[in-house]
Design a protein around this ligand. Structure first.
Ligand code: 5GP
Ligand code: MG
Length: 174
């Protein structure tokens, strides 16, 4: 089975426009308030890098690597593969994600991070696939809403590949 990534869903120019819009919203909402930006590895590494260079407030940049799975006795558990180094107690925190799909990962992550006592905790995602949601998770900042297709590029992968594309493409298996 061959993998075809010819179909462009979001162009690089559309991604740049999205970055300008989201960073303007963040600069307006947070003004000069110092912000802890937590990028979710690995998918959000490019979005995080592009976003923070457009932010005007002082930022502390950190990363976490997490995944969610449906356990034998639960509807969802969070596995923290790499925790952030920073103490977020009484800090304003922004989670930066590549894409929200079912919403399981971020719902669980949000609960765990809220238990650490941040002053505020908000979610910013580059892409959102709301048609797949299994809970009430809504991002505070959403870049581009996408249909129910498997997408790659701009940090998003298929088995580690295609993260380097500067646009978003739909994966077709032929
Ligand atoms: P969920 O919201 O279902 O808990 O999981 C979100 C994670 O699933 C994302 O961070 C991403 O790693 C992965 N994911 C969901 N949809 C896609 C997609 O269309 N393409 C890629 N490459 N990853 C996806
Ligand atoms: Mg991910």
């Amino acid at each position: 089975m061959a993998i075809n990534t010819d179909k462009v869903l979001v162009t690089h120019a559309e991604i740049e426009a999205m970055l300008d819009r989201i960073s303007a919203e963040l600069n307006r909402d947070y003004k000069d308030t110092p912000l802890v930006v937590v990028g979710i590895l690995t998918g959000a590494f490019i979005f995080t890098a592009d976003l923070v260079r457009r932010l005007e407030m002082p930022v502390i940049i950190d990363f976490m690597q997490v995944s969610s799975y449906v356990g034998e006795y639960s509807t969802g558990e969070l596995k923290i593969k790499k925790d952030m180094s920073c103490d977020i107690k009484d800090m304003d925190v922004l989670i930066v994600e590549d894409i929200i799909d079912t919403g399981r990962t971020l719902k669980l992550l949000k609960e765990q991070l809220l238990a650490r006592g941040p002053k505020s905790l908000k979610i910013c995602t580059a892409f959102d696939k709301p048609s797949r949601r299994v809970n009430d998770l809504v991002p505070d900042y959403n870049g581009i809403t996408v249909p129910d297709e498997f997408i790659v590029g701009y940090g998003l992968d298929l088995d580690g590949r295609y993260r380097d594309f500067d646009d978003i493409r739909i994966v077709r298996k032929e």
